[in-house]
Design a protein around this ligand. Structure first.
Ligand SMILES: Nc1ncnc2c1ncn2[C@@H]1O[C@H](COP(=O)(O)OP(=O)(O)OP(=O)(O)O)[C@@H](O)[C@H]1O
Length: 701
């Protein structure tokens, strides 16, 4: 690199050559071979029509977007270089949108950003007093949501000014600000830019073109290129017009003519070949740096020592940033106490509904009975049918009984033959010579509506139990051993669980885990998508937070919420609805919290790929995932199809449900479980997904 170039870079806060950027592969380029030079300690007014690429350029400068082509040097290094303060404390960024936490006070907002910039409480307090007075802001205890649009803009401006950064990037700071205050803002900008020790560099976009006359340099931008870059007065003199607006108009017309000439001459200018330096002598190309020159940008000069503390360059998450984010999350939760209480009790409502409505055994099931036997003991069999499960509806003719089931008024039809008792006695007492017609006559026939498997299984079991009780009585009456009625397979005392297992108890572990999982997924997605949409995520990241730190802080906040949720959930399940548990409760709690953590990782993934709360991807994931989970809740890992086992996303629930059943009903601990290794592997997947989420978030911003 030549000495001249090094000097030029050293003097410049921003030095850009040949910048090109497009959002999607098929989109038109937003920046086209753009050249820009911003001197240190100067005010640079970036002017141009809506959609010409100003915000895109600013986002490249603050390190939130990477350029596709070209060289960009900001305060001596490429934005995003590890250890460089951009994004970070070297820059103060005021985006176009408000990007403020609506439920926080002005003071809390400034403290949040101050902490990220490693300012002490004393420093923050001092700056708050100054900024409140300077920007005529209302009381610092006012909630941002209650401020007017103009006041919110000024708070947003205060955030950018707070830590007295070396580079101020202001995207339309004066919109909605009264002329008097606008004048004062410009006065302040001129003061801090010209201040010997501060030497702040300011890049400002504005729609009020004339106010940019106070800037040291203006860049007139159109279609992703700078048409001119010069001191405003020189521009005006050169064009012999008395307003910047008129100069801009003239340059646009010239640009249109030049483009027309190029087309006529058969020379179509494409992005990347446009050399604006040749069109106007006012551009940075004339300031001693060749456009096409490739430069080495590492460590060109020393940074100014900033007054605030700086973060470690080791790449590890910063505890201070996580604390700042965590405190902010707590404040926001405190402000939305109604929603917080709802979050706390929602899982309990879900488990109560499950235990009351879904988990219990079905009862009061109507069965149509046609008993064709006039004398005998069949009425005793009917009496033995459990009255809680079966609602017996007696019919005197077969046709009406069948019709009742066909109309859907009963779940099944039971018929008893006219010689039922006699044929059954013959079957028991003379079994070696019993004919098929006798066997048939002594058989109870059941015709079920099998469209509901659970109800059908329940009815079969209830009828079988009633028949066994009835047969024992009959065998005793005719002087035979009642045990003949029993199947020659004996169900011994269970090693674990009870002889009369309950559907609720079977399903409860999986349901508890899935409730926790989906609450964590939903709340994580909501928190991230909202912050992303409102530009808050971007602002925090430009201030120096990493996506991973934001996620870790969210995990901690969510863990707090989940602890209360899980406490209430288990209280209802175990104490109110008596889901049996043997194992130490602490293992159950750990297991459920781990499940919630896995849910959060899914939430992060969803939020990084979704732009809106109701995005299609979110809906798709939200509907496919439960299907996978259901198989996990019901079947143990070994009973799952092999391919399903390898779908990582369904494993937390599968291992979790197995593990929780074992802890609740067998009294095991997590380390006793044959599945615990698998569960930990799954958690590894969870962390992996979390890291992937952070990576995608970084790429997509
Ligand atoms: N995330 C994005 N994805 C795709 N296109 C985008 C994205 N952001 C901006 N654009 C497009 O890039 C172009 C330049 O947008 P940009 O916001 O940089 O313009 P601008 O000059 O700042 O406009 P304004 O003055 O209205 O804010 C526009 O056509 C816009 O639609």
């Amino acid at each position: 690199m030549t000495e001249q170039n090094t000097t030029t870079l050293g003097e410049n806060a921003v030095w850009a050559r040949g910048l090109s950027k497009r959002y999607g592969k098929k989109d038109d380029p937003v920046l086209q071979n753009l050249a820009m030079t911003v001197e240190r300690g100067s005010i640079y007014g970036l002017l141009g029509p809506s959609g010409c690429g100003k915000t895109t350029l600013l986002r490249c400068i603050v390190g939130r977007l990477s350029v596709d082509r070209g060289n960009l040097v900001v305060l001596g290094e490429k934005p995003g270089t590890p250890g460089h303060g951009i994004p970070g404390s070297l820059v103060g960024y005021m985006p176009q949108e408000m990007a403020l936490f609506n439920k926080m006070t002005i003071r809390e907002t400034l403290f949040y950003f101050g902490r990220i910039h490693r300012m002490s409480s004393h420093q923050i307090d001092e700056r708050i007093l100054f900024l409140l007075q300077f920007l005529t802001l209302p009381d610092q205890g006012r909630i941002v949501d209650t401020l007017s649009g103009g006041q919110k803009r000024r708070v947003s401006f205060a955030v950018a000014l707070l830590h007295e950064p070396e580079l101020l990037i202001l995207d339309e700071p004066t919109v909605g600000v009264d002329p008097l205050l606008r004048e004062r803002i410009w006065e302040h900008l001129v003061k801090i830019a010209g201040h010997d020790s501060l030497k702040t560099t300011i890049i400002i976009t504005t729609h009020y073109i004339e106010e940019a006359r106070q800037a040291n340099t203006v860049g007139l931008m159109r279609g992703g290129r700078l048409l001119a870059e010069e001191e405003p007065n020189i521009l005006i003199q050169k064009h012999h017009i008395n307003s910047l607006e008129a100069v801009f108009l003239k340059l646009c017309q010239n640009d249109d003519l030049a483009e027309g000439d190029d087309l006529e001459n058969g020379h179509v200018m494409s992005a990347g070949t446009t050399d604006v330096g040749e069109r106007t002598p006012l551009l940075a190309g004339n300031r001693g740096v060749e456009f096409s020159e490739e430069i080495q940008t590492d460590h060109i000069y020393e940074h100014k020592v900033i007054t605030t503390g700086s973060r470690c360059t080791c790449g590890l998450p910063s505890g201070k940033n996580i604390v700042a984010q965590f405190l902010k999350n707590l404040t926001l939760m405190k402000r939305n106490i109604g929603f917080l209480l709802f979050e706390f009790i929602l899982p309990s409502i879900q488990i109560v509904l499950f235990c009351l409505c879904i988990g219990g055994d079905p009862y009061n099931l109507k069965v149509a009975i046609f008993n064709n036997e006039t004398s005998g003991f069949s009425h005793l069999f009917i009496q033995n049918l459990d009255n809680t499960t079966i609602n017996k509806v007696m019919f005197s003719d077969l046709g009406s009984a069948r019709h009742c089931v066909e109309k859907g008024e009963a779940w099944g039809l039971m018929t008893i033959g006219e010689n039922f008792t006699q044929d059954l006695i013959t079957r028991f007492s003379n079994s070696s010579h019993v004919s098929n017609s006798t066997l048939d006559g002594g058989t109870i026939k059941l015709y079920l509506d099998m469209t509901n498997q659970q109800i059908a299984v329940m009815l079969q079991q209830t009828v079988a139990e009633a028949f066994e009780t009835f047969s024992r009585s009959l065998l005793t009456m005719i002087g035979l051993n009642p045990d003949i009625a029993q199947l020659p397979v004996k169900l011994g005392e269970p090693i674990y669980g009870s002889l009369d297992p309950s559907f609720t108890n079977f399903m409860a572990p999986g349901i508890i885990l899935s409730i926790t999982f989906f609450m964590a997924t939903g709340l994580t997605t909501l928190a991230f998508v909202v912050e992303k949409k409102e530009g808050l995520l971007e602002r925090s990241i430009v201030s120096g937070m990493t996506p991973f730190e934001i996620m870790l802080a969210h995990v901690w906040t969510q863990l707090l919420v989940m602890t209360v949720q899980v406490g209430l959930l288990l209280m209802f399940a175990l104490l109110v609805f008596h889901v049996p548990y043997k194992g130490p409760l602490i293992w159950v709690i750990i297991l459920v919290l781990l499940q919630g953590f896995c849910g959060m990782t899914l939430g992060v993934i969803i939020s990084v790929v979704c732009e809106e709360e109701s995005s299609a991807i979110q809906l798709a994931l939200g509907s496919v995932y439960p299907m996978l989970l259901l198989s996990g809740i019901i079947w143990p890992v070994e009973a799952m199809p092999q391919w399903l086992r390898y779908i990582s996303v369904c494993l937390p629930m599968t291992y979790g449900a197995d593990a929780m059943r074992a802890i609740l009903s067998r009294g095991w601990t997590l380390t006793d479980l044959p599945v615990w290794r698998g569960y930990l592997v799954t958690l590894g997947w969870g962390f992996g997904l979390l890291a992937l989420g952070g990576f995608i978030l970084r790429l997509r911003q």
